[in-house]
Design a protein around this ligand. Structure first.
Ligand SMILES: *Cc1c(COP(=O)(O)O)cnc(C)c1O
Length: 325
């Protein structure tokens, strides 16, 4: 059954490369590790939200919207990629960021401003409420805003990772590679929902392990399964069931969201110094730290291959400088 994929604008650099992490694999003495470079998708330092935005922005344009509104943490990669997508397509951009304006403007927040986004701080208010307020304000002056949810994780955004899985399956076939496990950072669930659906659709046989960044496993599993089911329905794929394939590990939540600990620090230093590849302190270092720990515990055998899906985020590194050294 061929799904009815929605419209897409071409803003990502695709396909992203797959590279072997030979020195890291050797250092750990476990499975072979490959990396899928979605940190190279473009859009002002790239990341997984760029794929989602290809579909979200296409829908905004189809609805003749002229502004994008979204929300996230002060160092949100999703917000920065949304600001870049808006700039690229000549749309306005309003970002509703959690908390208070920090005294230092750096990392993604600096890029948001350079990209021309208008920034609103929630203080202790509810982000959803402020989104509605900003949206009404824009409408009252004749603008047409398009609201993108947290992380771009709705049925439109998740669709992008179905096609990312198709991209991977094609690459594996072309490069004659086999992957037993995919490991990556999972948070708002759109990436994982798309990947598990894509695996069913395009016959990926390995296991897909989301390392939770900020939610207990039960909650994230439920969220991913619900989004995957809704996305399947949206695309006319009702016969696909994914519930048994949503695997979430929450052993690496550490001190909480965006709190950098030894797990993240070690992963960043190790991958930078063995491979010349940067991870971000909030998402990919947490997931890679988890993978390294699982390898040390013997969760994978030597003959197996693990693909680490790099979801981007390195723009936030400067904002965490004092926690990383
Ligand atoms: C948003 C984000 C994730 C999580 O993706 P979800 O689709 O929200 O689960 C992982 N890594 C990075 C760098 C991100 O910015």
């Amino acid at each position: 059954m061929e799904p009815k994929f929605p419209q897409r604008v071409s803003i990502a650099h695709l396909p992203t490369p797959i590279e072997p992490l030979e020195r890291l694999s050797k250092h750990l003495g476990g499975p072979e590790i490959l990396i899928k470079r979605d940190d190279l998708t473009g859009l002002a330092t790239g990341g997984n939200k760029t794929r989602k935005l290809e579909f979200l922005v296409a829908e905004a344009l189809a609805q003749e919207c002229d502004h994008l509104i979204t929300t996230g943490a002060p160092q949100s990669n999703h917000c920065r990629q949304t600001a870049a997508a808006a700039a690229r397509l000549g749309l306005g951009c309003a970002l509703i960021l959690r908390g208070e304006a920090p005294s230092q403007v750096n990392g993604n927040l600096l890029l948001d401003k350079l990209l021309g986004a208008h920034i609103y701080w929630t203080g202790d208010r509810d982000a959803g409420e402020l989104i509605q307020e900003v949206s009404s304000e824009l409408q009252s002056v004749g603008r047409k805003p398009y609201i993108i949810p947290l992380g771009g994780s709705n049925v439109v955004g998740a669709t992008a990772y179905i096609l990312a899985m198709q991209e991977l399956v094609t690459q594996l076939k072309e490069e004659n590679l086999n992957v037993d496990f995919i490991v990556f950072a999972s948070s708002s669930g759109g990436t994982q929902a798309g990947l598990v659906l894509g695996a069913q659709l395009y016959g990926f046989q390995g296991q897909i392990f989301g390392i939770s960044v900020d939610h207990p496993a039960d909650g994230l599993r439920t969220q991913v399964a619900a989004l995957a089911t809704a996305t399947a329905t949206h695309l006319g794929l009702d016969s696909i069931s994914v519930v048994d394939h949503v695997l979430v590990n929450d052993d690496y939540l550490g001190g909480g969201y965006a709190i950098v600990g030894d797990n993240e620090r070690e992963a960043i230093h190790l991958v930078a110094q063995l491979e010349g590849i940067l991870l971000d302190p909030v998402y990919t270092a947490r997931a890679m730290g988890g993978l390294i720990d699982l390898i040390r515990w013997g969760a994978f055998t030597r003959g197996q291959t693990v693909l680490f899906w790099h979801t981007g985020g390195t723009a936030s590194l400067p904002a965490f400088a004092d926690k990383l050294l």
